[in-house]
Design a protein around this ligand. Structure first.
Ligand code: AR6
Length: 170
């Protein structure tokens, strides 16, 4: 699988599926979650509510992933995943990698070939950016083969892009 770095707003990226750094309620929030619901429109929230009613009444567990329509976004699907909140006391990195792995599995089940990821947990959930990049790349690289042949890691600003390039040795 090819990994490409992009800088900017994930809601504008033309891929089959974009991944949302959601929370377990699936009802929206701030950060990239807020941007996706704002720009994608109410259809996404309606599907999230239906998923809650059918399957995730207790919330989508951390590390898991589930797909909805992308509404008005250029992508076909939004894959919602819940990253772990950063903890200095506890190593939650396996859950962070699960977000990438399980999102790619969902994308493969949909037949997606291109998927865009934000830097999950690296905003409101306070994961240090350097390690968030390391975990993202490790998980995507180790993911089992599927229809997905290109994963784009979308870095919101130049500072995050610089961190990613430093971590990856560019
Ligand atoms: N496009 C790409 N990346 C973005 C965008 C965007 N439009 N907006 C923010 N980022 P965050 P988390 C970056 O906070 O840490 C929500 O309330 C951001 O700079 O969106 O997983 C949810 O509902 C950072 O690098 O997600 C949850 O409650 C990265 O995306 C909680 O926040 C992730 O930041 C999830 O927190």
């Amino acid at each position: 699988m090819r990994i490409t770095l992009l800088t900017g707003d994930i809601t504008t990226v033309q891929v089959d599926a974009i991944v949302n750094a959601a929370n377990s309620s699936l009802l929206g929030g701030g950060g990239v979650d807020g941007a996706i619901h704002r720009k994608g429109g109410p259809e996404i929230l309606a599907e999230c509510r239906a998923l809650r009613a059918a399957k995730y009444g207790r919330g989508l567990p951390t590390g898991q992933a589930v797909a909805t329509t992308a509404g008005r976004l250029p992508a076909r699907w939004v894959i919602h995943t819940v990253g772990p909140v950063w903890s200095a006391e506890e190593d939650r990195s396996a859950l962070l990698r699960d977000c990438y792995t399980n999102s790619l599995t969902v994308a493969g089940d949909l037949g997606a070939t291109t998927v865009a990821f934000p830097l999950i947990s690296a905003g409101i959930f306070r994961w240090p950016k350097e390690d968030a990049v390391r975990q993202a790349v490790a998980a995507i690289t180790a993911a089992p083969p599927s229809t997905v042949d290109n994963a784009r890691l979308v870095l919101f600003d130049d500072e995050t892009r610089d961190v990613a390039e430093m971590v990856l040795g560019f």
